[in-house]
Design a protein around this ligand. Structure first.
Ligand SMILES: Cc1cc2nc3c(=O)[nH]c(=O)nc-3n(C[C@H](O)[C@H](O)[C@H](O)COP(=O)(O)OP(=O)(O)OC[C@H]3O[C@@H](n4cnc5c(N)ncnc54)[C@H](O)[C@@H]3O)c2cc1C
Ligand code: SF4
Length: 509
């Protein structure tokens, strides 16, 4: 190894990478962060560019995926990943990013916390994760939606939309048809009060196209803070292409540079990390098991809110829900309910069994009473594998699928949910759909912590086969509950970085 460029090299500037960087620099460690993206996209853009795209890419044909994935920013991020990351999909949409800030540029910002049951098989205790949850929550800013007509109890709140508030009131008034059904105000990484460099949410509901005021957390915000530290250096446009070990580790980047450190921390996202490790893991015929969350989208109508106007709020998740479908600890789905009025009319019209003109007229009439629920299953309901690409010399293909009997379970769940919708005064509209695997962007489990064998890693995310190579993104989560995953990825990265910071004395400056 050449003279080390840093004590730690972190690859990736998404939520995982920045969460690992803070504890290390606080302990005086020199951190070099390499990212495939750059600063572009941070400039103030006017609304029409954010909505339509600088090349009018929004006017391209709707490909049936979530409206969130069709905005100009999303298309730019996902298309670059699909072009340059060396990962293709077969029955699977490989969602990933090679952009500064990673997928936090386009995420939905909904927050969930795992509990003791969710991590029963992990080699860590809940208390250590909880400390990290608290630190991360303080850093990124969290708010809960609240029905302000019923008053708030001192926590950071943003107003629930009127239709969502109506549904929540109905839920509180009548017992669920299924005793395990829970409906609650969503918790999101959105600021209700301004912080340096970030404004509070202005409730204009433009969130689909990116949040120009910085109210929605994006790990780019953290980079501004990190860059103030003399111990931190971020290098843009450095796409890592290979990792080699000598006395320490050396990373080669696509522009021909190389950087060395005793320890490397991979935070390239589950698919990005797998791509980087292709030559270092014995991926055989069977492939590398990838956990993802099968996802259902269900359009709903609240007749009581027909012809009523919408009230100001953000357009991220308004309500959260969960429902059990089996007796196993992880046999429950988690979901979110969104008000639809602020989504592009076209994405609704395309999903309705109506003509274009009739669909548009219907949308305008009922927009304020429309909701959409997205439902996530746990990762054990997926059957997805990462394979070496037989046709390319270097490259991976993800084959997506569902576990046996999944469709029967999904039908039973839809039936159970229909009873809850009825109780809540909601009508399920035609057009409920199961998303192509991958669209969920909830990935985990390729390099599980605590697993022995060539694909396992330690509780510090250090790969069994490669000492000094640590992973802090979703790859190392041993299983994938149906809950939103990013808060846990960040907390686990924070937890690991605290442990790494304590391992050895800082290098002499
Ligand atoms: C539309 C959408 C909505 C979502 N909504 C939610 C939600 O509501 N709640 C939730 O919990 N999660 C949500 N997610 C998931 C969430 O975005 C991810 O879990 C999270 O971004 C993962 O963080 P990460 O840092 O591990 O990876 P990423 O965010 O993917 O970041 C990876 C980083 O690594 C860099 N990188 C990759 N490869 C290389 C390389 N070879 N060399 C150098 N750099 C590299 C990239 O440039 C990027 O900076 C959503 C995702 C999408 C797409
Ligand atoms: S409404 Fe959405 S886009 Fe506007 S400030 Fe709030 S979170 Fe950001």
């Amino acid at each position: 190894m050449n003279a080390p460029d840093a004590d730690f090299i972190i690859i990736g500037s998404g939520p995982a990478g920045v969460s690992a960087a803070f504890p290390l620099i606080a302990a005086g460690r020199r951190v070099l962060m390499l990212d495939a993206g750059d600063d572009l996209g941070l400039q103030e853009e006017n609304r029409s560019v954010r909505v339509l795209g600088s090349d009018l890419e929004s006017l391209r044909v709707d490909d049936g995926s979530s409206p969130k994935l069709q905005t100009p920013v999303s298309r730019g991020i996902l298309e670059r990943f699909q072009r340059d990351a060396g990962i293709s999909g077969n029955g699977f949409k490989p969602i990933g990013s090679l952009a500064r800030g990673g997928l936090s540029n386009i995420w939905g910002a909904q927050i969930s916390y795992l509990d003791a049951g969710d991590i029963a098989d992990w080699p860590i205790d809940l208390a250590s994760l909880q400390n990290s949850y608290e630190r991360v929550a303080q850093r990124i800013g969290i708010s809960t939606n609240a029905d302000l007509t019923t008053g708030a109890d001192g926590e950071a709140v943003l107003p629930l939309g009127a239709t969502a508030a109506h549904v929540l009131r109905r839920h509180k008034a009548a017992k669920p048809a299924d005793g395990s059904f829970r409906l609650f105000a969503a918790v999101n990484a959105i600021l209700s009060e301004a912080r340096p460099g970030r404004a509070a949410c202005d409730l204009r509901g433009d969130c689909l196209y990116g949040c120009p005021s910085g109210a929605i957390y994006n790990s780019r915000h953290d980079l501004l803070l990190l860059r103030k530290s003399p111990h931190f250096c971020l290098l843009d446009n450095r796409r890592a292409v290979s990792l080699t070990r000598d006395l320490g580790w050396t990373v080669k980047t696509a522009d021909g540079s190389s950087f060395s450190a005793p320890r490397i921390i991979l935070a390239a996202g589950v698919l990005g990390t797998a791509a980087l490790l292709t030559d270092l893991l014995p991926i055989g015929q069977q492939g590398l098991r990838l956990l993802n969350s099968p996802t259902l989208a269900i359009p709903l109508l609240s007749p009581a809110r027909l012809l009523r106007s919408m009230t100001p709020t953000h357009s991220l998740a308004q309500l959260g829900l969960s429902l059990r479908y089996g007796d196993g600890a992880s046999d429950y789905v988690t979901g979110a309910i969104y008000e639809v009025g602020s989504l592009p009319v076209q994405s609704f019209v395309n999903r309705m069994p109506l003509g274009r003109k009739a669909g548009r007229a219907a949308f305008e009439l009922i927009a304020g009473s429309l909701l959409v629920a997205t439902i996530y299953y746990p990762g054990d309901q997926s059957r997805s594998y990462i394979h070496r690409d037989a046709t390319a010399k270097k490259g991976l293909t993800v084959r997506g699928g569902f576990t046996d009997g999944f469709e029967i379970r999904a039908e039973a769940l839809k039936k159970a949910l229909r009873r809850e919708w009825k109780r809540l005064g909601l009508i399920q509209l035609p057009g409920a759909s199961l998303a192509e695997p991958g669209i969920d962007a909830h990935f985990a489990g390729t390099l599980p912590m605590g697993e022995t064998g060539p694909f396992g890693s330690s509780s510090d995310g250090e790969l069994n086969l490669h000492p000094g190579l640590h992973v802090v993104d979703g790859s190392i989560l041993p299983d994938l509950s149906s809950k939103y995953i990013t808060m846990t990825i960040m907390a686990n990265a924070d937890r690991i970085a605290h442990r790494l910071a304590a391992l050895e004395a800082p290098a002499a400056q």
